[in-house]
Design a protein. Structure first.
Length: 228
């Protein structure tokens, strides 16, 4: 039996991402979010316009997407209800947010230098994706009641850092999903994944190399240019 209902949100479950960016004064901002999905080496992000992270991304054109594992939930929670925007936007005041500039310090996480962008990586995160902004647009731009509240970012990944223990045995470029335990947010609550896949996947029989994005080759050129 199904019924028609109107949930306040439709956060049905996505990985938590810690986005690191650079502030105007050269300090670092770090913000948790979960409105993200990946297509090849591109990622789509949904962010509130008045937050510090999208402001930094628009200004610098860069960020790092750091994916925490489920055992990092305490660090993520320490960042909750904090914002790098001063004064705190009214909408966030109503939800109990406070201004906090020292995001890495209060989270207990460690910034480490990236290879292709100025924003730092989070040392403790098993997956760290250096990215550049390709496109930005307003969410619901055809609706004057909500236009301008949120922005959709398309970012292109140009460097992937993965904890070595997450790799498939005998491979240097394939992540073993049985070894990756991402922190998941579903309806504003934290969850992890079950230890094993629930069933074999038909699409999983397709050679992974056939999904390879042309952005991988483009990323290699960026890294080579930085090395020179």
């Amino acid at each position: 039996m199904h019924i028609v209902c109107e949930p306040p949100t439709l956060y049905l479950g996505t990985p938590v991402v810690l986005i690191s960016t650079v502030n105007e004064d050269g300090t670092y901002n770090l913000a948790p979010m979960s409105s993200a999905f990946w297509l090849g080496w591109r990622c789509i992000l949904g962010l509130a316009t008045l937050s510090k992270t999208p402001q930094n991304m628009i200004r610098t054109g860069q960020c790092v997407l750091n994916l925490p594992s489920e055992n990092m939930v305490s660090a993520v929670n320490r960042l909750a209800q904090t914002t790098g925007t001063d004064p705190v936007p009214a909408g966030k005041v109503a939800r109990g947010y406070r201004y906090e500039k020292q995001k890495f310090e209060i989270s207990g996480l460690t910034p480490v230098k990236s290879q292709t962008v100025a924003a730092p990586r989070v040392k403790e995160c098993p997956v760290q994706l250096e990215a550049v902004v390709e496109h930005v647009k307003d969410l619901a731009e055809n609706d004057e009641k909500v236009r301008g509240r949120s922005k959709i970012f398309e970012v292109r990944i140009q460097r992937v850092h993965v904890a070595e223990e997450m790799l498939m045995d005998g491979h240097t470029d394939r992540i073993d999903p049985d070894k990756w335990r991402p922190l998941i947010m579903s309806f504003v609550r934290f969850y992890g994944l079950t230890p094993n896949q629930v069933h074999e996947s038909t699409l999983g029989q397709v050679p992974e190399a056939l999904y390879r994005s042309p952005d991988v080759d483009r990323a290699r050129l960026v890294v080579a240019a930085v090395a020179d």
